[in-house]
Ligand binder design. Structure first.
Ligand SMILES: [Zn+2]
Length: 91
């Protein structure tokens, strides 16, 4: 029977082959969901999908594209937004 902390849905089970050729159940943290564009809900490229404690220690430039609204909107939506702003319309 697993310990109480392993019975919640917080962790996922993985099978690990031990050096003694036995298959043991280990528990790993689940990965978060993929980042979506704030406008068209398309998956964002260049945004890492990892365990937060690992992503937190990455350099800022590796966590999102280095352009205006990088990590918030996809490139197509950003282009439209910047055009609208240049025309003087509110986004
Ligand atoms: Zn978009």
């Amino acid at each position: 029977m697993p310990r109480g902390m392993f019975k919640s849905g917080r962790l996922r089970k993985i099978s690990v082959r031990t050096p003694g050729s036995r298959v043991a159940v280990h528990y790993r943290e689940r990965k978060p969901s993929k980042t979506l564009c704030g406008s068209c809900k398309k998956q964002l490229a260049g945004v890492p999908k990892g365990i937060p404690s690992v992503v937190k220690n990455m350099p800022k430039s590796a966590k999102r594209p280095e352009r205006p609204y990088g990590g918030m909107f996809c490139s197509a939506c950003t282009r439209l937004l910047l055009k609208q702003q240049a025309r003087g319309a509110s986004p």
